[in-house]
Design a protein around this ligand. Sequence first.
Ligand SMILES: Nc1nc2c(ncn2[C@@H]2O[C@H](COP(=O)(O)OP(=O)(O)OP(=O)(O)O)[C@@H](O)[C@H]2O)c(=O)[nH]1
Ligand SMILES: [Mg+2]
Length: 463
Amino acid sequence: MKNENGYAPSAKTIAAISTPQAPGGIGIVRLSGPRAKEIAGKVFTSRHGKTLEDVKGYTALYGRVHDGETDIDEAIALNFTAPASFTGEDVVEISCHGGLYIMRRVLKAVFAAGAVPAGPGEFTRRAFLNGKIGLTEAESVMQIISAQGEQAAKAALAGHDGALEKKIIKIRGMLIEAAAHLSAWADYPEDDIPQVNPEKLQTTLLTVKSEIEHLLRQFDAGRAIREGVATVIAGRPNVGKSTLMNLLAGCERSIVTEYAGTTRDIVEDTVILGDVPLRLSDTAGIRLTDDPVEKIGVDRARGKLREAQLVLAVFDSSQELNGEDRELVSAIRESAAIAVINKSDLPAKIDVQYINKYFQQIVYISALSGEGLQELKDAVAEVLRTSELNPADGILFTERQRDAARQAGDCVTEALTAVESGMTLDAVTVSIEGAVSALLELTGERATEAVVDSVFSHFCVGK
Ligand SMILES: Nc1nc2c(ncn2[C@@H]2O[C@H](COP(=O)(O)OP(=O)(O)OP(=O)(O)O)[C@@H](O)[C@H]2O)c(=O)[nH]1
Ligand SMILES: [Mg+2]
């Protein structure tokens, strides 16, 4: 028998430890499947003789968990009755003391009583297959678990509440309406179907395109907030890179002296600037040098620069620009970068016009006094586009989602080109249908088994 989602419910009852594989106050062994209550009943005996099958759903029973012969621990068994559970199946959670030895013994007893080990993410996978949650919501379960900061947690929760799915369904609705009108008009020309207005069609497609582009732009910003950004502080010697590092870190992380060539090795620290975790690297001042030790430092700085996701290019406001500054500017042409004009407390000599020409974001700062720090935060949020991020709006979380959105965007662009170049409306319909199918894959409504497998392979066992 298949459920409304088109999947046959699983006959197997799975079990796993759902709390971390580490000692804790409480540990939970979770079972899900048609025999969950019966199997749990074989290893759990309640104090007052009630069984999990007698009591109604959402009842907690207190008792002992055992392996049929000896008691393992005292425990609480909580039952959820299908379909009103996380997985949509009968679920029992046995909460015992959170010692690893105890939890493993309980799990072993549950296996001996007839359950099979749950695969990675299998509980969430069953929730998806049983139509309890969409694929994007399932993916955000992982994001909620791994969120490190407030913004990231908020975004993950919004995804779990279906913000992305709603957004995709809205976009898809617009496309489906356009495609339906096109087909009806092409198939039943004698009926009274209003003629397709190419301008209106174009407007719809442009709206959809800009919504998809907006989602794609936010992908990188969302990732910056979730995973942090590899940020390199670079510049010629003595411009105040290490002073800036210390200002951002809030402690004396790097050595600062008035001598050029102080920093040799890369000094690293992670700081949260605004909402974004920056993995900072303070580097050696880039210049030609005969000092063999400094030379290694300069090479390392250049290497770091190539890997950087964001460069804070530091210049000394009190000095004229020199060849080393210009070399840095040309080395980071392709990178996301902010020009940080430091020592703003001193009389300015720097040629700002030159900097203006190459950087979109310029910040004046005194790393010594901290003046200008807020402007730097704003510039970082601007460059990484985290200032535009609105979790309630729906955010693409995973590369899988991003790729599907990209594909949909490409199809919409194709459809637009077809409309603009006066191609047959059939060609437009084909492209629109391509976009719809990419969006169906994004939400998981038409995802292949391979896609579903790969989504859940990233989960841990017990989730
Ligand atoms: N007046 C003023 N001096 C600063 C400022 N920032 C740094 N300095 C001074 O500039 C000198 C060099 O600072 P560092 O932070 O070591 O410079 P750096 O770029 O790390 O230098 P290297 O490691 O040698 O490449 C020190 O004497 C700092 O006190 C600033 O904003 N204003
Ligand atoms: Mg330094």
